[in-house]
Write a protein that binds this ligand. Structure first.
Ligand SMILES: Cc1cc2nc3c(=O)[nH]c(=O)nc-3n(C[C@H](O)[C@H](O)[C@H](O)COP(=O)(O)O)c2cc1C
Length: 213
């Protein structure tokens, strides 16, 4: 299983990295008219996007610092730039900050500590009213979630994709009082990281590649 990718042997931030702090946190949310290329500079080689893909790690401990609505809206908007079949955009979101409500979500998962410790949770749903092909729609929601995780990483925040809570999907949907058409796909726990990023590990490509024909 899983040797280190060894993708980057140097530091995490090369000299092309123009980021100083997290200016995006104070930036207004992107509208659908904007092109979400703001923030960290993407070099001609696309280096920084590749760095983000490899550097992103699941974060499960957070500081008490808040994540304000403009930052959350920016993350959600970047999520919605994911591809979807027929561009049907079948995702819906519920942003949860209320401690009592987070407490009720936490009861539905063994990752309760993560939910209780996160200043914000984003519950992500497939809206079956928008669905045209179940597999493709679930894939689109997954792409949306990954977009959000990468945006969160880019903004200097941290998050984890929580799937274990899906075992109590119906209870979560009831607690959050979402429309009947909305089916829970994941909860993203989000905040300012209180843990050091681990290097991460992945199976060698040879274990994934069936062949070249
Ligand atoms: C579909 C899915 C479900 C996941 N569910 C959980 C979860 O319930 N709890 C958790 O702590 N991490 C969960 N994760 C995060 C994975 O454990 C994590 O992505 C994986 O170990 C690789 O680590 P990395 O994200 O730091 O690269 C989930 C990830 C995915 C994609």
């Amino acid at each position: 299983m899983g040797g280190r990718s060894g993708f980057f042997s140097g530091g995490l931030h090369g000299k092309d990295d123009q980021r100083g702090g997290s200016p995006e946190l104070g930036a207004p949310p992107l509208s659908h008219q904007d092109r979400p290329l703001g923030g960290r500079r993407i070099t001609k080689k696309g280096k920084t996007m590749i760095e983000a893909i490899v550097e992103r790690r699941s974060i499960r401990s957070f500081t008490p610092d808040p994540v304000e609505d403009p930052a959350v809206d920016r993350i959600l908007t970047l999520g919605t730039w994911a591809p979807s079949g027929l561009n049907n955009q079948p995702w819906k979101f519920m942003v949860v900050r209320d401690p009592a409500l987070k407490g009720r979500l936490a009861e539905q998962t063994r990752y309760s500590r993560v939910i209780l410790g996160a200043p914000v949770c984003i519950a992500v749903f497939l809206d079956n009213a928008q669905s045209y092909d179940r597999v493709k729609d679930i894939q689109a929601v997954g792409a949306c979630i990954q977009n959000m995780l990468l945006a969160i990483h880019e903004m200097g925040l941290g998050a984890v994709w929580l799937g274990e809570i899906l075992k109590n999907r119906a209870a979560v949907e009831a607690v959050l009082e979402v429309p009947e058409t909305c089916e829970l796909m994941a909860v993203i726990a989000l905040g300012h990281p209180a843990e050091k990023k681990r290097p991460g590990s992945r199976k060698p490509l040879a274990d994934c590649l069936l062949g070249r024909k």
